[in-house]
Design a protein around this ligand. Structure first.
Ligand code: ADP
Length: 385
């Protein structure tokens, strides 16, 4: 039987790990579309198309060479994909999902219309914000509001948490269409990854507790199982499943949620692709998020999503002090550890806060995991080389 050709839009670390997961049991050919060969997935793909991810011609070229398409990044030409889907191309997830998700405003409206719980919000223009808040002081919780750019944001770059005074003194940076969200104080952030097969088979991964760097807004540290009551765990999984089911599409989805002090859960957003919050699944779960996506793309039955052992993930990001060539300090030492798994993303240069890699730490008990992960987090270091 001839092997299927899978096309992946984007050649970053998520694409790289999708290809890595396919290496052991290679049953498809993979083509990557990316703007430059200097990208994490280049060395592992079977074919490479150099092109801009927003260019319809480049996406059409990828489509001509492939049986099924997916993406590993959201900022791509969705109109081209919608057109291809209309012509009968198999695209997973459906680009209609991406169209909703690319616009944080449409995404919030989608949750409301499908009874998926989410934080209170209003869609506004930047120049309407101040007046709206002056007329609706009840919207301001704990002196703050959250303002998001409706399109183009990622890794917290499209998010500002501001006080009314800061808005008055002109600290809002977004222009045009914005999403104003109620601030959720002391929030616990969970992610649940949901895999939906083309035959509608569903696997829900155990929930993941995430911690963000307050300066960079990047996920810094996470672990699974989340340390929440069984009731919250069940509710988080149920809410994630409901949100994904509403999308009516096959695919791999990460559902990011806020858990309030009352135990109530709000969906923050869905990533329709493998996600940073699921990196620990490579060593921590029976089937990784990447292998699960391969199974979805190749119409195979899905794998078991259960945790094998408590796992934590620490992102390795470029230090603030320099840009340029770099190394992981004591890399050999880290590679020798049996409970620490190092993943470097083959990026040629470091830049402040650029995601360069991650490590997963595993342990037989949760207490041991926390102790070891803290030790690893404090000693991992990127140095100039
Ligand atoms: P991005 O798509 O860039 O990741 P998010 O909407 O996920 O943006 O927001 C990034 C982070 O900002 C969240 O993970 C959370 O820590 C914080 N945040 C976002 N919305 C709120 C909110 N309504 N209340 C409190 N914190 C929020």
């Amino acid at each position: 039987m001839t092997q299927k050709n899978v096309g992946i839009i984007g050649g970053g670390q998520l694409g790289m790990m999708l290809l890595e997961s396919a290496l052991e049991n290679k049953r498809a050919n993979y083509t990557i579309l990316e703007a430059s060969k200097d990208c994490p997935a280049f060395d592992l793909c079977d074919h490479f198309i150099e092109g801009n991810l927003k260019d319809a011609d480049a996406i059409n070229k990828l489509s001509t060479n492939c049986d099924v398409l997916t993406w590993e990044i959201e900022h791509i030409n969705v109109e081209a994909l919608i057109e291809l889907e209309k012509q009968g191309k198999q695209i997973i997830p459906s680009p209609k999902v991406l169209q909703i998700i690319q616009d944080k405003g449409l995404q919030k409206e989608f949750y409301i219309s499908h009874n998926v719980p989410t934080s209170p919000f209003v869609l506004l223009k930047d120049n309407e914000l101040l007046q709206y808040l002056e007329n609706h002081p009840e919207f301001i919780v704990g002196d703050k509001v959250v303002v998001k750019s409706r399109t183009g944001g990622y890794d917290g770059k499209g998010v500002q948490i501001l006080s009314l005074d800061q808005i008055r003194t002109g600290e809002l940076i977004f222009e045009g269409d914005i999403l104003l969200e109620q601030f959720v104080p002391d929030v616990l952030e969970l992610s649940v990854i949901v895999a939906v097969g083309q035959n509608k088979e569903v696997k829900v991964f155990p929930s993941i507790e995430m911690y963000f760097n307050p300066e960079s807004n990047l996920v810094e540290f996470l672990f699974s199982p989340a340390q929440v009551s069984q009731e919250i765990e069940d509710n988080a999984r149920k809410t994630a499943f409901k949100a994904v089911e509403s999308l009516q599409s096959a695919g791999l989805f990460a559902v990011e949620m806020f858990v309030m002090g009352t135990g109530e859960i709000w969906v923050n957003e869905i990533a329709p692709r493998p996600h940073n919050s699921g990196h620990h699944t490579i060593e921590g779960c029976e089937t990784s998020q990447f292998e699960q996506l391969n199974k979805i793309l190749l119409v195979e039955s899905l794998g078991d999503s259960q945790l094998i052992q408590p796992s934590a993930m620490i992102n390795i990001v470029g230090p603030k002090e320099f840009s340029g060539s770099y190394a992981l300090k004591d890399e050999l030492h880290w590679l020798e550890q049996k409970d620490v798994f190092v993943h470097m993303y083959r990026k040629s240069e470091s830049r402040p806060n650029r995601k360069l890699g991650h490590v997963t730490v595993v342990a037989s008990t949760f207490d041991e995991l926390m102790k070891r992960a803290k030790e690893v987090k404090e000693t991992l270091e990127i140095i100039q080389s």
